[in-house]
Design a protein around this ligand. Structure first.
Ligand code: SF4
Ligand code: SF4
Length: 140
């Protein structure tokens, strides 16, 4: 669905923060997969799929996500998400918001390289996904 390199680049840009953390975002909350992402991980056509995390995500092994390149965009850009505005998801303008549950959120939101990479990735998603799917994923 998405350019593997741009996802890898974001993971790399996050690494300086995440390597100092206990991976708390993999131990709480929910992970949502777009339909094509879910298909590649679960091999079943189920539409958009959400998993509630109890204690820790089932894909977390030895403190690492075993999904690799199949890691959903929901996790790839966490804790930074686009804000959905009523205008349109398709107008190519994106504003970003950040979850304050991440211990490094203040540094991340000041990190222009990281934010630009995330903005560009979501622009691609907005072009490829239906508005309904994006609202279901981001607006949940
Ligand atoms: S909570 Fe923040 S710093 Fe920790 S692993 Fe998740 S994104 Fe990285
Ligand atoms: S899918 Fe991977 S990155 Fe996402 S919460 Fe689970 S272990 Fe963490």
């Amino acid at each position: 669905m998405l350019n593997k390199k741009s996802k890898e680049n974001i993971v790399k840009l996050f690494s300086k923060y995440c390597q100092k953390c206990d991976g708390r975002c993999c131990k709480v909350g929910m992970v949502t997969f777009f339909e094509c992402e879910a298909l590649s991980v679960f091999n079943k056509e189920e539409g958009i799929k959400s998993i509630f995390i109890k204690e820790k995500c089932s894909f977390l092994k030895n403190k690492k996500c075993i999904l690799g390149a199949k890691k959903p965009i929901d996790c790839v850009t966490f804790p930074i998400y686009p804000i959905l505005e009523s205008k349109s998801i398709k107008d190519n303008s994106i504003k970003l918001a950040i979850h304050k549950s991440c211990p490094y959120y203040k540094e991340m939101i000041q990190d222009r390289k990281l934010c630009m990479a995330i903005e560009n990735l979501w622009k691609v998603v907005f072009k490829k996904e239906t508005t309904r799917n994006v609202v279901n994923l981001v607006g949940r």
